[in-house]
Design a protein around this ligand. Structure first.
Ligand SMILES: [Fe+2]
Length: 178
């Protein structure tokens, strides 16, 4: 019976490892966004702080989605260990640069899972990951538009105050966030 159960686990070890790595990456992204929320809060950017708090929530939801998928297909979901989260940033702008960098890394990692699942003929995982492919288009767009505000508005004088206010609109979705 145990052997039969094992046969019914269609998740290949290689894909299981990639998915668990992605769980960890989403958890790290969530923790990074919490640190960014805290930095923005203590530097007086309250709308950006709220924006990053809600991003942290989203990343945790992503983590859970993958965690649940691993369990559903009979794999072993691993509770991620995270550490070494950067708590300090030199400038307001550098927080948003780090956010965009993080999203680009997540997109690349998701693309690697799609490629591996396709090559391994794991079409269930490929289909499951499509949601994340689409989600990353929006996540990267948000991160890029946030960073663009620094150039469009400019940081001089009251610039950063208005950038922070404009981030609130971004957080409200501009009609794109669910
Ligand atoms: Fe994510």
């Amino acid at each position: 019976m145990k052997d039969l159960l094992r046969q019914h686990t269609s998740l290949k070890e290689e894909i299981e490892i990639l998915l668990n790595n992605q769980v960890k990456m989403e958890a790290e992204a969530s923790a990074k966004y919490l640190a960014m929320a805290s930095w923005c809060d203590r530097n007086g950017f309250k709308y950006s702080s709220a924006y990053f708090l809600s991003q942290a929530d989203e990343e945790r939801a992503h983590m859970l989605k993958i965690f649940n998928y691993i369990m559903t297909v009979g794999g072993t979901a691993v509770s991620p260990e995270i550490g070494g989260i950067k708590q300090d940033y030199p400038t307001f702008r550098s927080v948003f640069e780090a956010a965009l960098q993080s999203e680009i890394a997540v997109t690349q990692s998701i693309n690697r899972i799609v490629t591996a699942s396709r090559n391994g003929e794991d079409y269930a995982t490929e289909a499951f990951m499509q949601w994340f492919v689409t989600e990353q288009v929006e996540e990267e767009d948000n991160a890029r538009r946030a960073l663009e505000l620094f150039d469009v508005i400019g940081e001089e004088g009251t610039g950063r105050y208005f950038i922070d206010k404009a981030i609130k609109k971004l957080g409200d979705g501009g009609g794109e966030d669910a």
